[in-house]
Each structure stands twice: as structure tokens, then as C-alpha cells.
Design a protein around this ligand. Structure first.
Ligand code: MN
Length: 236
């Protein structure tokens, strides 16, 4: 049976939307996608009940009050409060049902905040020595920006292999303090945590880069989506 993957999606002032690359990557791996909109947050448990996996995609920022901070004077972004309220409810439901969770970009940040970690509200302002992590104006989303070192003996390494791989980077925020029950599975050369996982949960993995844009450049990223969709098929 085709597993049903529940995904969060992005928004602007006109529409909710899911980038085609996310959909293509999940569909090529054998999953079917359904989108959860923020108005469904109170019904998160019912949505999760019908889902085999939770896919947290990219989007706008989490309000810093969720990790105990005020909005910093240098903050220059867009906060999507309904989105985090939805993701929080979906993560809680997914954990209760023990279904696989895969996060990309904001998805990684949501998981870190959910589990008690904090974020840099703006990497450039807070880490002056950091590599550029945002996409240059006009550059395509598959532009390789910086390497990540994948740590040995992680789930991520078991899926895509160890070593140093160049990835794209489309984020102005990032993990400041890693949540206590998350493990750093990949690091950028400037020390930023670029992938996390929870080794004691059936499948919980998130990356800060956008592998859905890189499947044509490097086939190893297809394996990441395949591993997630396979985990949704083979749940304990
Ligand atoms: Mn990055």
C-alpha cells in the first residue's frame, strides 16, 4: 500500500503551497502526500491518525518566544505563528503514534524548538564568522553553498554515507542550542548543526539544507527520501 505522508506547506499572502521539488522527491520514493493547513491544528491528532509519516517542510520563522527569547533588534525575517502552532500539534501527534518524522529547513528548526532547543534569530548578526547560509539573490535553489561533514555512526550516515558533501543553503536562522534529546548528525565547517536525529525514536531525522533540490545533482539525496518513505511503510 502507498504510505500517506502528511506534509506542512509554505504560505504567502495569497496562497498555501508546497514546492514541487518536495512533492516530486516524496512521490519518487513511493509516498503519497497530503497537506495540513494551519487551520487544521486543532484536528492534528485526527490528521495524524490517518497518516503514515510526518514531513515538515521549509517555511517562515518561529516566533522566538517559543524558545524563551524576545524578537532581537537585528531580526529581519517573517514570523509564521499559525505554522508553528500546527507543526507543534502535528509533532506531538506523530510522537504519540510513533510514526516517522522527516524535517527540512524550518522542519529541523521546529523539531529543535519543540524538544527544547533554541535558534539563532539571524546567523549573520549572531555569528559574524559564519559561512554564508542564505541563497544569493537570483541564484537557483540547487546552488551548492557550503560543505557539511556527516558524522559517523549516525542514521544519516547509514543512509547517505559519511564524509564531507557540499549542500545548498537557504536559511537565515539555525540551531543555537541543540535540544537535549537530539543528536547532531552533520556540521557545517563554521560549527553550525546542519542535521539532527533522535536515535531512540523509530525514525526522526531533519536537515537544514534542501535535499529535495539536489536529487538530480547527487543521487545520494534520493536515498534520504527513500529511507523516510520506507520507514513509513515498515512501521513497528
Ligand atoms: Mn547552511
Amino acid at each position: 500500500m502507498t504510505p500517506l505522508i502528511l506534509a506542512t506547506c509554505d504560505t504567502n499572502d495569497r496562497q498555501y503551497y508546497l514546492g514541487r521539488a518536495y512533492a516530486r522527491a516524496i512521490e519518487h520514493a513511493g509516498g503519497a502526500l497530503a497537506l495540513a493547513l494551519p487551520s487544521a491544528a486543532p484536528s492534528a491528532a485526527a490528521l495524524i491518525e490517518g497518516a503514515d509519516g510526518l514531513f515538515l517542510t521549509g517555511g517562515d520563522d518561529i516566533h522566538p518566544r517559543h524558545y524563551g527569547e524576545e524578537i532581537a533588534p537585528y531580526y529581519d525575517g517573517t514570523i509564521d505563528e499559525p505554522r508553528y502552532e500546527l507543526e507543534r500539534a502535528l509533532i506531538a501527534g506523530a510522537l504519540a503514534k510513533q510514526i516517522p518524522i522527516f524535517g527540512i529547513c524550518l522542519g529541523l528548526q521546529s523539531l529543535n524548538v519543540y524538544f527544547g532547543g533554541t535558534l539563532h534569530q539571524d546567523i549573520r548578526a549572531q555569528l559574524p564568522g559564519a559561512l554564508p547560509h542564505t541563497l544569493p539573490a537570483g541564484a537557483p535553489r540547487d546552488t551548492l553553498a557550503h560543505p557539511v561533514a556527516i558524522r559517523e555512526e549516525t542514521r544519516l550516515a547509514a543512509i547517505v554515507g559519511t564524509g564531507t558533501i557540499r549542500v545548498n543553503s537557504i536559511h537565515h536562522q539555525g540551531i543555537k542550542r541543540l535540544a537535549p534529546n537530539l543528536l547532531a548528525a552533520a556540521l557545517a565547517p563554521d560549527g553550525l548543526v546542519e542535521a539532527v536525529e533522535n536515535p531512540s525514536y523509530p525514525f526522526l531525522l531533519a536537515v537544514q539544507w534542501h535535499p529535495e533540490e539536489l536529487t538530480a545533482i547527487n543521487p545520494r539525496w534520493k536515498k534520504l527520501f527513500a529511507a523516510f518513505v520506507d520507514a513509513t511503510k515498515n512501521r513497528p
